[in-house]
Write a protein of this length. Structure first.
Length: 336
């Protein structure tokens, strides 16, 4: 038997006993050590997710240790420290065939369509695991999933030839801060952040960013910046599209309503590129793991929360993430 944190109804968890997962062909049993709380988890916790409703075992930003494994070709073995790649593509749709599993029309995601990692043990397909490199411990690896989102969205800039060193990031939450750090530390860009929350502003400034109340307050001249929209706020997106000089490229990560109308006229007038970013791939997670095994990890670790919650404190952890004013990452330690 093992323990799971079950979201039984909106804003309520129960710690339950359930049967431990059995080893299946092509899978491994993982002892989950840490699991981060993601914004999409919070949508389910609030009862607002369009597809997933309680009861559910959430959690997809997970790292742990292999305790059982079937035959595999990935050179993984019992005792290996691993991170979970939560997206499971169908391998049959056009996007999967073209090499874009993150855009799979039939995809399943651990913690949503598949039982999640707020459990002492989980069964995960072997191909959905990556071995942590030397120098990346399990707590540090709990940042890999959001960092992979960053690696993926910044990588989309490679599709367009840009020369500017100026970047705007709207929203200083976990993803926004990580994007800013990645752009600054990896690409040497000058990053301006937009944030109105005083606590998040304080954290961003502590890390060394210039933070502004609004987009028009940013003193960018003689160049068209790139922008990363992380708020999901239509007014913010509209300001990005209509400001002068408008960003040459706007990468959208924020979650918007499906009926959102974009000002095509203003976008065309300014010849702006709008790029949507969807999750990440296994390769992005591997790159994130390599980054977190280098001295650069000390910079990224600055957004980890000071307190690590236990599995029995899942509700407190989710409430902290839901009401967070700081932008730091909330982590649950499932097993010690």
């Amino acid at each position: 038997m093992m323990r799971q944190a079950l979201t039984v109804r909106p804003f309520e968890f129960e710690i339950i006993e359930s049967a431990a997962p059995a080893l299946q062909e092509g899978c491994a049993i993982i002892k989950v050590v840490y699991c981060g709380v993601c914004g999409s988890d919070l949508h389910v916790y609030e009862g607002k997710h369009p597809k997933v409703k309680p009861p559910a075992v959430l959690g997809h930003e997970a790292v742990g240790i292999i305790t059982q494994i079937g035959n595999n070709k990935d050179n993984l073995q019992v005792g290996d420290k691993v991170a979970v790649v939560p997206l499971i593509g169908c391998k049959e749709c056009e996007y999967c065939k073209l090499g874009y599993p993150n855009q799979c029309v039939n995809r399943k995601v651990v913690g949503f369509q598949v039982t999640g990692c707020l459990a002492e043990e989980v069964s995960i397909p072997i191909e959905n695991l990556i071995k942590l490199p030397e120098g990346c411990d399990l707590l540090e690896a709990s940042l890999l999933e959001p960092l992979a989102v960053v690696v993926h969205c910044v990588g989309l800039l490679e599709r367009i030839k840009i020369s500017t060193k100026e970047a705007i990031v709207t929203g200083a939450g976990t993803i926004g801060i990580l994007i800013g750090l990645y752009l600054r530390e990896k690409l040497g860009m000058n990053v301006s952040m937009v944030e109105i929350n005083a606590n998040r502003k304080e954290l961003a400034e502590k890390i060394g960013f210039k933070v502004f109340q609004g987009i028009k307050d940013i003193p960018i001249k003689d160049t068209r910046p790139v922008a990363f929209e992380c708020t999901g706020n239509k007014k913010v997106l509209d300001m990005l599209v209509t400001t002068d000089p408008a960003p040459e490229v706007i990468v959208i990560l924020g979650t918007f309503e499906r009926t959102l109308e974009l000002n095509i006229f203003e976008m065309c007038k300014r010849e702006s590129y709008i790029i949507g970013s969807q999750m990440y791939t296994k390769k992005d997670l591997e790159i994130a793991a390599q980054i977190m095994s280098t001295p650069m990890k000390e910079v990224f670790k600055s957004i980890l929360v000071e307190r690590i919650y236990s599995l029995s404190e899942a509700k407190e952890a989710y409430d902290e993430a839901l009401n967070s004013q700081k932008g730091t990452k909330v982590i649950i330690q499932v097993n010690k």
